[in-house]
Design a protein around this ligand. Sequence first.
Ligand code: HEC
Length: 143
Amino acid sequence: MKHLVLILGLSLGFSAWSWAQDTVTNINSKTGQIEVSKKPSFGEEDMEEAMTIFRERCTRCHGSKGNGRGKLASNLSPRPTDLTNPYWFQSTNPKKLKKVILGGGGAIGKSILMPANPDLRNKPKVVAALIQYITQLAPRKSN
Ligand code: HEC
């Protein structure tokens, strides 16, 4: 039994580690550039899946351009975040985005109207791609 616990602990530790490796990205608050400290942690298929997820799950609230004007938006209070707003963009970071996508608004102390996506927990690459996608919706400073 002790051994089983040890093995479980080790494998959990390992998966937490590889999860962290997959999402080592940063947003430079001065330039607004996304920094990926390892090789891009996701492939083209992951990005395609992420874009499909955005279309199917996010646009009804955040709008197809991400500007917060989806079909359901006017019924919600607070309104869905305008993901194209550079001020919002500057205020966030990949870690927070991962939290809100997986755990919903409540996970970062925001409105629970922003739904959780717990099924994406075992798709770290797709989540990384989704984060990359939504952070590209906001305009960047060029320097
Ligand atoms: C049912 C409507 C709804 C859906 C669907 C939805 N959101 Fe949201 N989202 C919201 C609302 C409302 C907020 C604002 C929460 C607040 O300000 O308290 C929000 C906030 C956010 C934020 C900003 C969090 C922050 O830093 O303040 C992000 C990022 C986000 N949503 C991404 C997504 C993504 C990605 C999807 C699809 C996987 C999605 N949302 C689906 C309603 C929705």
